[in-house]
Design a protein around this ligand. Structure first.
Ligand code: CP
Length: 312
């Protein structure tokens, strides 16, 4: 097996197919190990400490990382809300906070509102930094668990067609997943969004350079019959500078039981969560709905990452 060569995880462009293969194999091992008696990995990180430093709210990412660390026998330093309860509230810079925190923990999982913050932290940190979301920049571990979920549903990722729907301008999950999909062949992505939150040019240029076909579309109904995976996202009110733009975008794309009738039988419905109204609750019963599986897969993938980054 190729050695896991990364020290930090701050953006999806860091991964190649070999690294993805290692992570997904270890994630499979973690999934099996959680059911095993006795467990092989229960104490594997028992001398390690993970700090979770979240300057923005989170349910899945923070708790799944903390659960992953606990299930590998490690310890956790955490704050409810680093913006308010760390010295950031007194004006401390992220540079200084990171320089201090890396003396207390063996790894830092960081969510911050500024794009590029995790990469900057990685430059000053003596311990691994994992980007748990940097504003509207990237969310690479979400993309890993998304890809792990897609692999679980299809025999191969090559040749799949995707629709990414909703807030593509501020949505870090769709940016990170788009980068990862360039590793595969014959991928097509439809970007379906309100005009005020279209996908940025940098991602579209990257796809073109890496031979991934993409197309922008306004009609979800027209795209649904064409895709293997529809990836819905929330319109992120907190990222809009202009409330009028948010009002133009919200409520435009809603997946309900009528709309999913347009989808292929062997397609899947994904969402990074949290959702507001973009997938109606009745859709949850449909076997194609994968969003709660994504959240569980996040535990296995994050266990794999912690193990690979810390058990050297
Ligand atoms: N998908 C995701 O990042 O969810 P949280 O914001 O709850 O962590």
């Amino acid at each position: 097996m190729t050695r896991f060569s990364l020290k930090h995880v701050y953006e999806s462009q860091q991964f190649d197919l070999e690294l993805l293969d290692i992570i997904f194999k270890v994630a499979d091992e973690m999934k099996n190990d959680l059911l095993a008696k006795p467990r092989l990995y229960a104490d594997v990180l028992k001398d390690k400490i993970m700090a979770s430093l979240f300057y923005e709210p989170s349910t899945r990412t923070r708790f799944s990382f903390e659960s992953a660390m606990a299930r590998l026998g490690g310890s956790i330093l955490t704050t409810e809300n680093a913006k308010e309860f760390s010295s950031a509230s007194k004006g401390e810079t992220l540079y200084d906070s990171t320089s201090v925190m890396c003396g207390y923990a063996d790894l830092i999982v960081m969510r911050h509102n500024e794009p590029g913050s995790a990469k900057m932290a990685a430059e000053v940190s003596s311990v691994p930094i994992i980007n748990a979301g940097d504003g509207s920049g990237q969310h690479p571990t979400q993309a890993l668990l998304d890809l792990y979920t897609i692999k679980d549903n299809f025999s191969t990722i090559d040749g799949l067609t995707f629709a990414m729907v909703g807030d593509l301008k501020y949505g870090r999950t769709v940016r990170s997943l788009s980068y990862l999909l360039t590793k595969y062949n014959n991928i097509k992505i439809y970007y379906v969004s309100p005009l005020v939150c279209k996908m940025d040019e940098d991602i579209k240029d990257y796809l073109t350079t890496n031979n991934v076909e993409w197309e922008e579309a306004g009609s979800l109904e027209k795209v649904l019959p064409l895709v293997d995976c529809v990836y819905m996202t929330r319109i992120q009110k907190e990222r809009f500078h202009n409330l009028k733009d948010y009002e133009k975008a919200s409520g435009k794309y809603i997946l309900d039981v009528e709309k999913i009738k347009l989808m292929k039988q062997k397609s899947i419905i994904m969402h990074p969560l949290p959702r507001v109204d973009e997938i109606s609750q009745e859709v949850d019963k449909d076997p194609r709905a994968q969003y709660f599986n994504q959240a569980v897969n996040g535990l296995y993938v994050r266990m794999a990452l912690l193990y690979l980054l810390l058990d050297r």
